[in-house]
Design a protein around this ligand. Sequence first.
Ligand code: GLY
Length: 394
Amino acid sequence: MDTFGNPKIKSGEIEEAMDFCLNQVINNLPKFTYKFQNAYSVDGFYQEIDNTDWTCGFWTGELWLSYEWALEHERTDEANKLHEAAKIQVESFYQRIKNKVAVDHHDMGFLYTPSCVAAYKLTKDERAKEAAIMAADQLITRFHGVGNFIQAWGSMDEPENYRLIIDCLLNLPLLYWATEVTGDNKYRDIAQKHIQTAVDNVIREDYSTWHTFYFDINTGKPSHGSTCQGYQDGSAWARGQAWGVYGMACAYRYTREEEYIEKFDGVLQYFLNHLPQDLIPYWDLEFTDGDQQPKDSSSASIVACGLLEMAKYVSDEKAAEYMAIAGCLLKSLYDNYQVKDVNKSNGLVLHSTYSNHSPYNTCNHYGVDECNSWGDYFYMEALTRMSKDWNQYW
Ligand code: GLY
């Protein structure tokens, strides 16, 4: 993408945006301390749920990002409040993994990285560390040596579930962290095998990506790609592509495989080349302005995080380009997508799409053109990354 002509977010705007996010998170504490945010808002407002969905870690992650911001800006009372609430949520995550409540899937990283790994990194909370290691142990039970991948959903012996999904790349930093803190290489070895299998199969020749990819249950041989949440099998689901961008940045961070730089860039360019005028994608990259389809603003925030992570490992010139693009994405999110009126929403970023049913996909229909929990979280993460050399949770 040529960033010429596209405004970038300015440091004063980052400050304003983070102050808004912090205030909104604080306002939400009475509702979401002993309860969690639903994955998506309804008419702009999140409802309370128990800690049972794959998305519950994002709200706790927002508490930690807000805590960091409050501490740095000497808002000590607010930092203390956030810390207290986050600790209550970490205990909930401890109980969830200990009692194996709704953990029969691969999203242990999405759940435990922004909640418990963050808690351990920021406050040396040993109970959070224990919870996150249990979550890593749970995640590796889903690894198939026949095919070398972590199975996303469903029971492990069903041919119709013998598949990985691109989103899983963000579950893997939990495994690298587990190896780092335990000294046991089994977590890292499984992550590395999964990454290579994913890279070899979900990225198509033109660098668009499959959402899900199947393997033969008897031989492990790659079988075929398909979509669940994208418009149709051959299209590129915007968020899948975004998970691919951030996922490849994380993969490079942990493996330093040269091949992944090229894959990162290819998947990124495909995403950028399919952006509409205001740089925020429609829910599937097949669509553009005039198609009257909903947007997925969360994809832009996820890609901004991937760009800012990858900028650490490339030449100065390339890093400047990646940071400039991230700045443009964030400027558009800040100007046109961030919630401005707290009477209209208790979230942070509008116009995301969770699950948009089409005649050609297999997902249910909910959370369309709403806030969603990861969209809010990754917006805050991207702003945080812009504001300092962030000690990342992932
Ligand atoms: N990981 C599921 C989603 O992005 O909707």
